[in-house]
Design a protein around this ligand. Structure first.
Ligand SMILES: [Zn+2]
Length: 357
């Protein structure tokens, strides 16, 4: 078996497709971690380097806005400029981590279509100059709109993107829970049957989009955003298997679809493995890495309470600069992400499998 290799750094176009195919053929997946700052972005790349795994970094619209600055008067501009700024940061430094990095955006619903179109304007400018877009892939989540609109808009977007070798992630069926105000309702006491994707819809999407460009599908199989009490979420990974089998009948091949698992936080390990075996190459994780980042700060403040109240100890004159210097406690937070992601790389089977050479 020949081992495919890629140059370290951000991968787009054919390199991105190579990476996705390697994941599916190798029976492993990559974590897609939401980042909101250079600190979280760097921590995710460092975590991947430590694990010898490739990785996906993604921005939600809210994360992008935060990256540009929560105080920026024009919030819509902040969402655009923050995403561009973070993507440029990743392009600049990723190679130094020695792994392959995918740059992605997270859920964009109907009202965020202009956000993605604006990001494509930026990618088109960059593509003209450097032959590489800013993002490897965007997500368009029109799962709450009629299927017809979801398909026509996805096709329009993918036509624009495929010219630059960009991939599109679509959503079919509604992922429960909310993320930046996007996502389906999730009531953990109710019957959540609307949270399951219909394989027939997946086949329709494949027939409409496969000839236009590279795309992936966030299929809903009972997964929810966020972490809930155990037992209330009924994952049904066989929905993924059935979707692959249905599409395979017309297209041939094993696991023809590129599947994405949303709401990876708090999921059972056996069901993660099962989902990966059905062609999931990307598992989104946000809530668990948010907690890992914050938990370390909480511990650090608990251990050094005076350093967060006084610059100099009022009783014994000890200076606390080396504790309240933000680099000190933000670094602790980064270590939290780095540790938590080692577990994710293990769960997804991607440790030591980086294609970067
Ligand atoms: Zn999601």
């Amino acid at each position: 078996m020949t081992q495919t290799t890629l140059k370290p750094g951000v991968v787009t176009g054919k390199d991105y497709e190579t990476l996705v195919t390697a994941c599916k053929n190798g029976g492993y997946a990559l974590p897609a971690v939401n980042v909101t700052s250079s600190s979280t972005a760097n921590a995710v790349m460092e975590a991947a380097a430590k694990a010898g795994s490739d990785v996906i970094l993604q921005l939600s619209n809210g994360g992008a806005q935060f990256y540009a600055g929560q105080g920026m008067a024009d919030g819509d501009q902040a969402k655009i400029l923050g995403a561009v700024s973070c993507a440029r940061h990743i392009h600049l430094v990723a190679e130094q981590y020695g792994i392959c990095v995918v740059v992605h955006t997270d859920h964009a619903n109907k009202k965020l279509i202009p956000w993605i179109d604006a990001l494509l304007d930026w990618s088109e400018k960059r593509f003209k100059r450097l032959g590489k877009p800013l993002f490897s892939s965007h997500m368009l989540d029109l799962s709450e709109d009629p299927m017809e609109f979801n398909m026509s808009e996805s096709a329009r977007m993918l036509k624009r993107m495929s010219k630059m070798g960009m991939s599109l992630e679509i959503e079919l069926g509604v992922t429960g829970g909310e993320e930046d105000g996007i996502g389906g309702e999730f009531d953990d006491t109710a019957d959540n049957s609307h949270l399951y994707t219909q394989p027939e819809d997946v086949l329709e999407a494949y027939n409409k989009l496969a000839s236009i460009g590279h795309f992936s599908v966030a299929a809903s199989f009972g997964n929810v955003h966020g972490v809930y009490k155990p037992g209330n979420v009924k994952l049904r990974p066989e929905i993924l298997k059935n979707s692959q089998a249905l599409v395979s009948k017309t297209s041939g091949g094993n696991n023809p679809l590129n599947l994405v698992f949303h709401g990876g936080s708090g999921s059972e390990k056996a069901q993660i493995s099962e989902a990966v075996s059905y062609g999931v190459f990307k598992m989104n994780i946000d809530t668990d890495t948010q907690f890992a980042y914050s938990e370390k700060v909480g511990n650090f403040v608990d251990e050094n309470p005076k350093a967060f109240k006084y610059q100099i100890d009022p009783e014994n004159g000890t200076p606390y600069k080396k504790f309240y210097d933000p680099r000190k406690w933000i670094r602790e937070a980064e270590k939290g992400i780095i540790e938590r992601l080692q577990e994710a790389f293990d769960d997804l089977g991607s440790k030591g499998k980086s294609l970067a050479k």
